[in-house]
Design a protein. Structure first.
Length: 232
């Protein structure tokens, strides 16, 4: 099963009000294992960056001024997404911007049947709790110390770890030989696999009681008063 975990950064909250997407970061997973394939791109929004938005992600007008237009990179993005499930935190927000950009440059919007919302998953697992990406990373012990500002690819990396935890945690599959052939030890439980590889298994030692041990055992059994097995 191929899934793309992604995040976007924007100029604001609503594409219907003229806000634009300025960054997207995507991470590919197959059978819940990161493949190492990513897609990351900045886009020139062709409009000024509000100060409030810049304070969140740090992307200024100057930085974005020489970046490509979304329309110029849409085909490459769509090729990377393919027909995979698309996983995002508060996915409605990211889908609104992604589809608005696609429609603006003449592409069909992506079906929302492909959408997986980790916010909805977290809400069902932890009702009443704080459900921001930061709060959930803290709950599941995911290191976010390097996250000074929001960034699409960085947030997608954190979300990938969170998605795995929300959907059962990372574990060696139950498919035995088939799973072992497909799994990449670098991206699964590498320390555990290394420990298993290093361990030396000693074959069981054959042991038979000798005549003296059998005689002592017979005397011991004879000395037990009213043993239960005599009643069977």
């Amino acid at each position: 099963m191929r899934e793309i975990i992604f995040d976007t950064e924007t100029t604001g909250f609503d594409p219907q009000n003229g806000d634009r997407m300025v960054e997207i970061g995507c991470i590919e997973m197959i059978d819940r294992i990161e493949t190492g394939e990513t897609f990351h791109c900045y886009y020139n929004p062709q409009r000024p960056m509000p100060k409030a938005a810049e304070n969140v992600h740090g992307l200024s007008d100057v930085f974005l001024s020489d970046k490509m237009l979304f329309a110029d990179g849409a085909e490459e993005l769509l090729a990377f997404l393919g027909d995979a499930k698309l996983v995002a935190h508060n996915a409605q927000f990211d889908f609104n911007f992604l589809n608005a950009e696609l429609v603006l440059c003449g592409h069909k919007p992506i079906s929302r049947f492909r959408m997986v919302d980790t916010l909805a998953i977290a809400k069902s697992k932890h009702p009443g709790a704080k459900l921001s990406l930061d709060a959930l990373c803290s709950r599941y012990g995911i290191d976010r110390s390097h996250r000074v500002k929001h960034g699409a690819l960085l947030d997608a990396e954190l979300l990938t770890q969170l998605y795995i935890e929300l959907t059962g945690g990372r574990q060696i599959g139950l498919g035995l030989a088939d799973d072992r052939e497909r799994a990449d030890p670098v991206t699964t439980t590498r320390p555990m696999l290394q420990r298993l590889e290093r361990k030396t298994f000693i074959p069981p030692r054959e042991h038979h009681a000798d005549a003296e041990e059998l005689a002592r055992h017979k005397i011991f059994i004879a000395g037990i008063d009213n043993p239960l097995w005599t009643e069977i």
